[in-house]
Write a protein that binds this ligand. Structure first.
Ligand code: KE4
Length: 427
């Protein structure tokens, strides 16, 4: 496979961008080898600058649920651009997207658009602290909620990939109120509320962990978090930046029937353009400036291009049968991986919730950060590289999730399973 142009571009990129990338996980550090520079995407495929085609399971880390360059999304962005790229003033499009989000996630009574998942989670926590007048927050080891200082504590995703348990540059004063519990372990949460009675403002959780690889919530875990927060006057924040519209069309909160106090969103609601959002109970959201005292702002928040891309994406997604196609594709892929691994005698743990999935090279059932830590990341790296050679682009880390789109047809899934069977032979 000729990737000469990518090699040239990467060496130039490293003189311009730290590590040659604009986000660490893209550097392929966890899997070794040379990141590919992508020229274009179309449907389920991406094409690198050397003309190689790949079936894409990263999909921009989740947003491209309709696949690359969906005609309706492209058309809506072009239309929006012809009317101006940003007004810095209210536009009806923000209301249209807000209503679409609320139609699909009715627990969100009021929301605010921002420009990334990081902005959404950091603001939701500021809001929880403002509302409860308490400073402490609980997150879970291995869960990643973006790169706000107070959250870069035993995070997952790129932090885990790079083996940076905590990032330099984050003052201890910023993380002293960040408490860490163990995912799927209610006792570890109870213990923190016992230790800090009346001091904890909120729990923030990925209702399905996606940043240590996909780890589903254990039976009763989310219900337990809802109970503990209600009993202790703390807020429950579902970080659905990744799980929103992916774990279920109506979010993980619908799949597991839990009503969080606040929800954060991103990725899919922007259809590939920069969008985040935080929202939830109206009473809490009334704390947000200018109607309330808690401050948050953003130059490009709610910009028309991102709104139109989100409207087109969610509009297509909510059409009858669309989401089922997605889930069927993810299910058949999972079955294919499992049978190929069994045939090759390779121990894996295949996890999936809705349209997000992971393949752990491990004999241990993934429950939390310590169990996924038992995965054979070297073998994952070999698998990743073999799959790339066989024309399939997976997330370049054992601690990331894979995603399907409505363009991952049965034929595309079949081709992927064939590549998996081929790749397993080389492990
Ligand atoms: P952004 O700031 O990257 O838009 O969103 C942060 C975020 C918040 N919450 C959850 C649950 C997330 O998964 C993310 C971002 N996800 C990673 C992928 N694991 C983005 C990819 C990257 O960092 O390059």
């Amino acid at each position: 496979m000729n990737i000469q142009r990518s090699i040239e571009l990467f060496s130039k990129a490293k003189t311009l961008l730290p590590g040659g990338v604009d986000s660490p996980v893209r550097a392929f550090n966890a899997v070794g080898g040379q990141p590919l520079f992508i020229e274009r995407g179309e449907g389920a495929h991406i094409y690198d600058v050397d003309g190689n085609q790949y079936i894409d399971y990263v999909l921009s880390w989740g947003p491209l649920i309709l696949g690359h360059a969906h005609p309706l999304v492209v058309e809506s962005i072009q239309k929006a651009a012809s009317l101006g790229t940003s007004y810095g003033a209210p536009s009806p499009l923000e209301l249209d997207l807000a209503e679409l989000v609320m139609e699909l996630m009715p627990n969100i009574e009021m929301l605010r658009f921002v420009n990334s998942g990081t902005e959404a989670t950091m603001t939701a926590l500021r809001l929880a602290r403002a509302y409860t007048k308490r400073d402490k927050i609980i997150k879970f080891e291995g869960c990643y909620h973006g790169h706000a200082d107070m959250l870069l504590v035993q995070a997952g995703s790129g932090v885990a990939t790079l083996g940076l348990p905590d990032s330099p540059g984050v003052p201890a004063s910023t993380t002293k109120d960040t408490l860490v519990a163990r995912f799927n372990d209610l006792d570890s949460v109870e213990a923190l509320f016992m230790q800090f009675p009346g001091e904890i403002s909120a729990i923030i959780v990925e209702p399905v962990a996606g940043n240590m690889g996909v780890v589903p919530p254990a039976e009763g875990f989310l219900e337990g978090l809802r109970k503990i927060t209600t009993e202790n006057g703390a807020l429950l924040i579902f970080d659905e930046v990744m799980t929103g519209f992916r774990a279920h069309l109506n979010g993980a909160q619908a799949r597991y029937n839990i009503v969080p106090d606040l929800t954060t969103l991103g990725k899919v609601i922007g259809g590939g353009l920069p969008v985040g959002a935080y929202g939830g109970k109206r009473e809490i959201m009334q704390m947000v400036a200018p109607v309330g005292p808690m401050y948050q702002a953003g130059t490009l928040s709610g910009n028309p291009l991102a709104m139109m891309a989100g409207i087109a994406t969610l509009g297509e997604l909510k059409k009858d049968g669309a989401w089922q196609i997605l889930e069927n594709a993810a299910a058949s892929l999972g079955a294919g991986v499992k049978s190929a691994a069994d045939a090759a005698g390779i121990p894996i743990q295949q996890t999936r919730v809705g349209t997000m999935f992971s393949t752990f090279f491990s004999e241990t059932v993934p429950q939390d950060w310590s169990t996924v830590g038992k995965s054979d990341t070297e073998r994952f790296g070999k698998f990743f590289t073999a799959m790339l050679k066989n024309g399939v682009y997976l997330a370049p880390s054992q601690f990331e999730a894979g995603f399907v789109s409505t363009m991952h047809t049965p034929k595309v899934i079949e081709e992927t399973v064939a590549a998996i069977e081929e790749s397993f032979k080389s492990l």
